[in-house]
Design a binder for this molecule. Sequence first.
Ligand code: PLP
Length: 237
Amino acid sequence: MNTLFRTDLSKISASTVNVPMRKRMMCLNESCMDPYSTIMTSFHERMKDVRLNRYFSPVTDELHTKLTSYVGHQLSADHLLYGNGADDILYHIFLAVRESEQSFALSLAPSYFDYKTFALAVGLKVRFLDLEPDFSFDTYEYIRRASDPNCRLAILCNPNNPTGNLFSKEQLRQIITALPDKLVLIDETYYEFSGCTFAEELAQYPNLILVRSFSKAFSSAGLRFGYAVSARQTSRN
Ligand SMILES: Cc1ncc(COP(=O)(O)O)c(C=O)c1O
């Protein structure tokens, strides 16, 4: 039958988020606390000057300056990319890496469930390497699977959602260096809870891209602000 939409997508039933609204929404990893009152006061103050009738410039100098200094490690504004939450960034990265019907992304499992959702949306396949019962994984097997010519993206969520564990930098470094021709995405959405980041090593690894979010440690899921950080070459070539 002729359908108006992609046949692979029209076979999928609508996703219903059937989560009862509770004070604490641990299942969505939302914070149960509002941002600090000083942040809220300043937010409301600044919003008074925002012209909602105007298209905004998504990249303000002030945002650039503050975020680059937050990320640190001698990065400049052109290492950053902003989006409507980390989800938006992930979606656009998936869109950008898909080359053919055989293209796939590799992720550990279990990991963030929406990798699959966004990949499916853009026609990118996802393959998984299962975590061991202690949440560790075999580095060599990961590298072996990512070395497949059709693997377009190697995803590692650190700390990992939903298991909450942190993989060692040494283990991740081994993967990044073993795959110089692959884009390696480290999802650092929960970075602030671990303090462990690859931001200081971006200059060494042009194949590395970090994804971050304001939704978790900054109690601002409703703000929908996420960003990616990478070496300049990754975004320009
Ligand atoms: C690992 C991971 N990445 C990305 C996201 C999406 O975050 P955002 O709210 O910034 O879109 C989540 C949200 O739960 C997450 O757990």
